[in-house]
Every structure is written in structure tokens, then in C-alpha cells.
Design a protein around this ligand. Structure first.
Ligand SMILES: [Mg+2]
Length: 201
């Protein structure tokens, strides 16, 4: 029987669409593509998720590497955190799960400055019973240790857990541990997927 529901944040509970965000500042789609691969898909960004460098240092590093994009880099770093807004239909699911007695956890790759902003701004964070955020433990998904960290910290039985993430490759490790998993994509009916696992929702 499932007792614990574990949520990723980005694109499950909080929208993270850098393409849309960047298109407010430029209509050069090649530049947007380049920016995403140079910045958001970079090793430096992973260091931010892992909590081993501060955001200011990452920004300086990007400015040094891509001086030709300095305007966009500065705009991005000043405003990107604001694009993290709740996906309301899933917040509703989260509230109903809480009402129905499930334990709720976060398991997310997230940057310290951004987590501090969203966790203060959005009250749904008070619904969680706990969680592991990558920057705090210096471990990132898909590393096995981050899943084990959650299980051990809260003494969870993986067979009583379902883990929800938008990225398919982040679901392999929890499945190895015998957790149930749901890949959440924009047109996924999360309520329906949970019901398919006999969850009361
Ligand atoms: Mg995500």
C-alpha cells in the first residue's frame, strides 16, 4: 500500500520554462537555444544544483565565458527565479493527498537562492512532511545516494512510496529501489495516474 508521495519540484509543482522566459527579452531563437545549452544545461549549473558554488560566482563565470551575451546573462540572473510559479492543478492534487492522509515529500535538484525564494513565497511548501533538496546534501538526481538519503532520513519503505518527476532518466534509480514512479508531462492527468496506483485521490 502506498503511504508516501514524493514530488520533484521543477515542472511538476513549479513551472520552469526558460524558453518562454528568454523569449520576453529576445526573439532570436538561435540565441535562446545557445543560451539554454551554455547556461542551463552546463556543468556550472549542475554545481549550483549541487550547492558547491554560489549563484553570483556562476553568473561571473558565465559572463567571463560568454561576454557577447552579457546583457542576456545579467537579465536572466536577475529575474529567472521569478519564473518559478506554481502549477495550480498539481498543487490541488497535493492538497487533496494531504487531506487523505498521505505523507508528502520533496526530492528535487534545486539551487539554494531559488529554493529560499519559492519556499518563502508559496505556502504549499507547508504541506510537506519533509524532503531532500540537492544543494543541501551536495548530491543530485539521478545519483542513487539522493534517493537513499530520503529513504533513510525519514525511515521510508520504498515499496510504500511513489515518486513523481518530469524527467524519465530520474525514474530508473527509484524503480531499482522498488518505488512506484510516475513521469509527469504537461498533458499527464496526475490524479488519474495516482488512482491507477490505488491511491485515494
Ligand atoms: Mg523537474
Amino acid at each position: 500500500m502506498i503511504k508516501n508521495i514524493i514530488f520533484d519540484l521543477g515542472n511538476v509543482l513549479l513551472s520552469f520554462r526558460p524558453e518562454n522566459f528568454l523569449s520576453r527579452y529576445t526573439n532570436d531563437s538561435e540565441l535562446i537555444k545557445k543560451f539554454i545549452s551554455n547556461v542551463i544545461r552546463s556543468r556550472i549549473w549542475l554545481k549550483l544544483d549541487r550547492g558547491i558554488i554560489p549563484m553570483q560566482k556562476a553568473r561571473d563565470e558565465f559572463l567571463l565565458r560568454f561576454p557577447e551575451n552579457s546583457n542576456l546573462i545579467n537579465l536572466f540572473f536577475e529575474h529567472w527565479i521569478e519564473m518559478l510559479t506554481p502549477i495550480e492543478k498539481n498543487i490541488e492534487v497535493l492538497r487533496d493527498l494531504k487531506k487523505n492522509g498521505y505523507q508528502l515529500y520533496i526530492l528535487s535538484n534545486f539551487i539554494e537562492e531559488a529554493f529560499s525564494y519559492v519556499s518563502k513565497k508559496y505556502e504549499f511548501f507547508s504541506l510537506f512532511d519533509g524532503g531532500i533538496i540537492s544543494y543541501r546534501v551536495h548530491i543530485i538526481k539521478p545519483e542513487m545516494e539522493i534517493f537513499k538519503e530520503l529513504i533513510e532520513k525519514y525511515n521510508l519503505d520504498p515499496e510504500e512510496c511513489v515518486f513523481i518527476d518530469d524527467i524519465a532518466t530520474f525514474l530508473f534509480k527509484p524503480r531499482k529501489l522498488k518505488m512506484k514512479t510516475i513521469q509527469y508531462l504537461p498533458n499527464t492527468d496526475l490524479r488519474e495516474e495516482l488512482r491507477n496506483l490505488n491511491i485515494n485521490i
